[in-house]
Design a binder for this molecule. Sequence first.
Ligand SMILES: [Zn+2]
Length: 70
Amino acid sequence: MKLNLQLFAVPFRRTSKTKKRMRRTHLKKEVGAITICPKCGEALRPHRACAKCGYYKNEDVLHVVKDDEK
Ligand SMILES: [Zn+2]
């Protein structure tokens, strides 16, 4: 009987916890760009209307329903 074996590269030894963690220090999520609403001070994504007060470029562009209007 002829064995048809395929050989693969196999790690010589187990990667230690430290080495694994050192490698993964670069694998992290980055915080995206954030701006501050000039009217209410809420943190915003750039080029988007404020979800809290509805302002964008010093203009009221959204009608924001407040808790007392519901
Ligand atoms: Zn705002």
